[in-house]
Each structure stands twice: as structure tokens, then as C-alpha cells.
Design a protein around this ligand. Structure first.
Ligand code: PRP
Length: 207
């Protein structure tokens, strides 16, 4: 399966603090960004590179540069923006897109309210960012929107995923890679990941 669970001691340490209900919103925000930065080292391994010759002060050097156009980080609002912030920290040349989605509390179906992308998004690699992959509905809806812009090179970056959510996404889109810091096995009847971390948007923005 095209799924990478980061499973790194530093990430697992920070995720334990993030999951703790007593962690403040400001610490949650700071650590969610830190985990996203750490994930970037794995996530950006996917980037294509080109040869690039330079001269060091001593002699010629055959180096590499990231292939252009640079990737687009797409934030699923609200909470996806914290992952975009983290990934941008280590590669600030990405463009950014936004998809506004919230989950209807009763039906759990995704409701979209906003979309804005760079003009040439179809030519860019997209990293679709959302801290939570619960039922997978928001990610699937976002992929449908991106596909409608002829954008087909998509990887998903999330902090916490449920087993069932991953299965729902992978069944529909087996070729799109999912990176998740950690994975949980259950969803409760309100569609929350169990044991999870609560509602990422509410915890990030203290709502
Ligand atoms: C949460 C979360 C994801 C979505 C995950 O957003 O940030 O976007 O739910 O659930 P799913 O996989 O079942 O679709 P929420 O609806 O709470 O919106 P918010 O980010 O604005 O709080």
C-alpha cells in the first residue's frame, strides 16, 4: 500500500503531547508545526531534481536543484494550514492553494465553501495537507476538486489517520501516496478518531 507512517521517536514524542487534552492551544500549534517540519524530510524525498553545475571557491561542482515548477501545498481549511506552515519552513518556494471544507456534524459528509489555487496547478506536484484523516471524506472531496483542475500528481500529508479512512482513500485512489505521522485504528459514532487528538481545528484555533 502507498502509505508511509512516519514512526519516528521525535515525532511520536511530540504527538503524545499533541494528543494530550491538557495541552494548550499555543503548544498544540507549535508542536503540530514542528511535526510537520519533521515530516517534510520524508515527504519532500518525492521531489524531482535536475542537475545543476556551479563553481565552488575551489573548483567545478555538479549539484542538483529541485525541478520547477515547484510544488503546491494545498491546505484543507481550517486546520491544514498548520502543515503548510511546517512544510513551507523547510522549502518556502512552494505555492499555496486552499480548499474550504467542513464536515456536516450529522451526516459526516464534507461541505465545501472555498477553493483557490495557483493558475498552473495542473503542472505542479500537490501535497494535500490536513492534520486529520478520519472517514476520509474531506480528502476524497478535495482530490475530486483538484482532479477537476487537471491536477493529478497528488500526495496527502496528515498528522493522524484512521485505518478505515486510509482504506477509503486508498480504495478510490491507489496511486496517491499518504504520509501520516501516526495511525489509529478506530472511529467513534461521531466520526472522531479514537484515541485520536480531538478536533484539530478547534484545538489549533481555540474555538
Ligand atoms: C476536520 C479535519 C478534517 C476532517 C476530517 O475538519 O480537520 O478536515 O474533519 O474528517 P473526515 O476525514 O471524516 O472528512 P472539520 O470538519 O472539523 O473542519 P475545521 O477544520 O474547519 O474545524
Amino acid at each position: 500500500m502507498n502509505v508511509t507512517v512516519l514512526d519516528h521517536p521525535l515525532i511520536n514524542h511530540y504527538m503524545t503531547i499533541i494528543r494530550n487534552k491538557n495541552t494548550s492551544s499555543s503548544e498544540f500549534k507549535s508542536l503540530a508545526k514542528k511535526v510537520s517540519v519533521l515530516m517534510g524530510f520524508e515527504v519532500f524525498k518525492e521531489l524531482l531534481v535536475n542537475n545543476h553545475k556551479i563553481e565552488t571557491p575551489i573548483e567545478n561542482y555538479r549539484g542538483i536543484k529541485i525541478h520547477e515548477p515547484y510544488p503546491c501545498l494545498v491546505s484543507i481549511l481550517r486546520a491544514g494550514s498548520i502543515i503548510v506552515d511546517g512544510l513551507s519552513e523547510i522549502f518556502p518556494y512552494c505555492s499555496t492553494g486552499y480548499i474550504g471544507i467542513f464536515r456536516d456534524e450529522k451526516s459526516l459528509r464534507p461541505q465545501t465553501y472555498f477553493e483557490k489555487f495557483p493558475k498552473n496547478i495542473s503542472k505542479r506536484k500537490v501535497f494535500l495537507c490536513d492534520p486529520m484523516l478520519a472517514t476520509g471524506g474531506s480528502i476524497i472531496k478535495s482530490i475530486q476538486i483538484l482532479n477537476s483542475y487537471d491536477c493529478n500528481d497528488i500526495s496527502i500529508v496528515t498528522l493522524l489517520s484512521s485505518e478505515i479512512g486510509i482504506k477509503n482513500v486508498v480504495t478510490k485512489y491507489p496511486n496517491y501516496r499518504i504520509y501520516t505521522a501516526q495511525k489509529d485504528f478506530d472511529l467513534n459514532d461521531k466520526g472522531f478518531i479514537v484515541p485520536g487528538l480531538g478536533d484539530a481545528g478547534d484545538r489549533l484555533y481555540d474555538t
